[in-house]
Design a protein around this ligand. Structure first.
Ligand code: ADP
Ligand code: ADP
Length: 233
């Protein structure tokens, strides 16, 4: 089990109003799977992602990453646990003044890898995402798809247990979307990394997810394999 999400609720208060962004969400995401979380705008996807990502704590409920309870971590444990989670962003979030190689090396610098280890690991990652000929390019010189390949390589740099993809193809055209999704499926097969994809697009889920959950108004309203989801009335 990678994530065990147990009755997670998140409330936002403004004045006397309480907004239930997540309402008793329970999900189990297994080791090695590609799991989709799909819902329209305002459904609660980003709130759930921020809870998985250790940026926010649920109001109630627990989230386990393996055996670690993410809702009960000290600041030091939080730092260690973050390394187990890689995040791929919609708008790539690359460092503009750094080359492709240096962007990918950044999390390794933060994690304290030696220069030689960083170099070897960056070479491996660049090959993995197929950017051998763009190693020294800067983000402004890359296409959207190439930028997202850098984002994926950077997210994988410290060998996380799970890759969280936050609308990772929403800024890309449909051919580029397909090639990025195929890359993610390929990385899942080759590395065995678990992937959680958050998206509002059914075709994304359809192309690569083994299982998916549909979220609406902060609740999981359906969950299963793609066949099960599509077969539902
Ligand atoms: P999605 O990512 O599916 O579009 P969100 O998780 O962003 O949905 O939002 C779910 C609900 O929670 C929405 O009604 C949104 O307005 C509300 N919400 C999200 N973040 C906050 C916040 N920081 N403060 C108050 N309300 C929020
Ligand atoms: P180094 O210690 O050699 O700078 P880093 O771990 O910082 O290595 O970076 C990994 C790879 O990224 C290296 O192969 C390096 O050549 C390249 N690199 C690092 N910083 C830059 C930069 N500012 N511009 C271009 N390439 C860089």
């Amino acid at each position: 089990m990678v994530f065990s999400i147990e009755s997670v609720s998140k409330e936002y208060r403004s004045g006397t109003k309480v907004l239930h962004a997540l309402d008793s969400v329970s999900l189990k995401i297994e080791d090695g799977e590609i799991f989709g979380i799909i819902g329209k705008s305002g459904a609660g996807k980003s709130t759930l992602l921020r809870c998985l990502n250790l940026l926010e704590r649920p109001t109630s409920g627990r989230i386990l990453l393996g055996d670690t309870d993410l809702t009960a971590l000290s600041p030091a444990q939080l730092r260690d646990t973050r390394k187990r989670i890689g995040v791929v962003f919609q708008h790539f979030n690359l460092l503009h003044s750094r080359s492709v190689a240096a962007n990918i090396a950044f999390p390794l610098e933060v994690a304290g890898y030696s220069r030689a280890d960083r170099r070897a690991r960056v070479d491996e990652l660049i090959e993995l995402v197929g950017l051998e000929d763009r190693r020294d390019a800067f983000p402004s010189q890359l296409s959207g798809g190439q930028k997202q390949r850098v984002g994926i390589a950077r997210a994988l740099a410290a060998s996380p247990d799970v890759l969280l993809c936050d609308e990772a193809t929403s800024a890309l055209d449909s051919d580029t979307t397909d090639s990025i999704l195929d890359l993610l499926a390929d990385l899942n097969r080759r590395l065995g990394v678990t992937i959680v994809l958050i998206t509002h697009e059914l075709n994304v889920v359809r192309r690569i997810c083994h299982r998916a959950a549909l979220i609406d108004q902060g609740r999981i309203v359906d969950e299963g394999t793609l066949t099960e989801l599509v077969a539902d009335p």
